[in-house]
Design a protein around this ligand. Structure first.
Ligand code: DGL
Length: 282
């Protein structure tokens, strides 16, 4: 079973491509929607949340976890790999930033623009990864309004187009626009209207799925083909809301959404029917 982890709904846009590319694999998605967005959070808070999420997925039986979230991949992937997937470990943690940089340099003629969360941009990870691959340059703009706009369901509205225009004005001369946040593929219609002619808009998710398929072929010990694949979805926060909004990101209805919550520093299963209302004293 492949674990897929994101700060919330957005990673479902990556899961969508993983399911299409690897239909014979079981998956377990963990969306930390109750604590999203991560994009403006302190890095150590993100690392704490990411440790809890990855440990939950390992506890569910995943040996391989794909960190679909760009924010976590850009600040925490190395930490997660060193902590859980060092030499000799039977577990692996993969991210989206290296495949993202690879497909961007394959697509671009020289100047890549990146829209992403403030934490992703502030990490400088995409600049570093692109520089390793050749002479391309990458310019970036933190686009803090875009993920909340998509979560609100306003991705195809004049507000979304206006926000995109303003962000893109800070990325002059690019030939490729890399969508460095899992929410942004839902902005496809708005992007088609406002991106200057000749600029390719790049959602790295299909390439991430392709690279994952290639990696699994080379590392067969980390996951098995399943004759009757199972697809599970877990979230923190409200499961009904997750199911309703998640379908927009996955492009189809979600399986029953299981609830997890932080208990003593770990993410543990929780029965949502036991959620207290009104004043709560512990
Ligand atoms: N999933 C996050 C990412 O791809 C975006 C949303 C957030 O800020 O949590 O960077």
């Amino acid at each position: 079973m492949i674990g897929v982890y994101d700060s919330g709904y957005g990673g479902l846009t990556v899961l969508r491509h993983i399911l299409a590319r690897l239909p014979e694999r079981s998956t377990c998605y963990l969306g930390d929607s109750g604590r999203a967005p991560y994009g403006g959070r302190d890095v150590h808070t993100i690392l704490d949340f990411a440790e809890q999420a990855v440990e939950r997925l390992f506890d569910e039986g995943c040996q391989l976890v794909v960190v679909a979230c760009h924010t976590v991949s850009c600040v925490g992937l190395r930490h997660l790999q060193q902590r859980y997937a060092g030499p000799g470990s039977h577990r692996r943690v993969l991210g989206v930033a290296i495949p993202g940089a690879e497909v961007a340099t394959q697509t671009s003629r020289g100047r890549i623009g990146l829209l992403a969360t403030a934490t992703t941009v502030g990490s400088g990870t995409y600049i570093t990864e692109v520089a390793k691959l050749g002479p391309h340059t990458l310019v970036s703009r933190a686009a803090g309004l875009l993920a909340p706009l998509v979560e609100e369901g306003w991705e195809d509205t004049p507000i979304a187009r206006d926000a995109l225009r303003r962000y893109l004005a800070d990325l002059p001369g690019i030939d490729t626009l890399l969508l460095g946040c899992t929410h942004y593929p839902l902005l496809a219609n708005a992007l088609a209207d406002v991106v200057p002619e000749g600029v390719s808009v790049l959602d790295p998710a299909p390439f991430v799925a392709e690279r994952l398929a290639d990696w699994l072929q080379r590392h067969p010990a980390f996951d098995t083909i399943d004759p009757t694949p199972v697809h599970r979805v877990m979230c923190t926060g409200n499961p009904e809301r997750f199911a309703a909004h998640g379908a927009r990101f996955l492009g189809r209805p979600l399986p029953e959404v299981e609830t997890i919550a932080e208990v003593d520093g770990r993410l543990a299963p929780r029965d949502p029917s036991e959620a207290p209302t009104g004043q709560v004293v512990r």
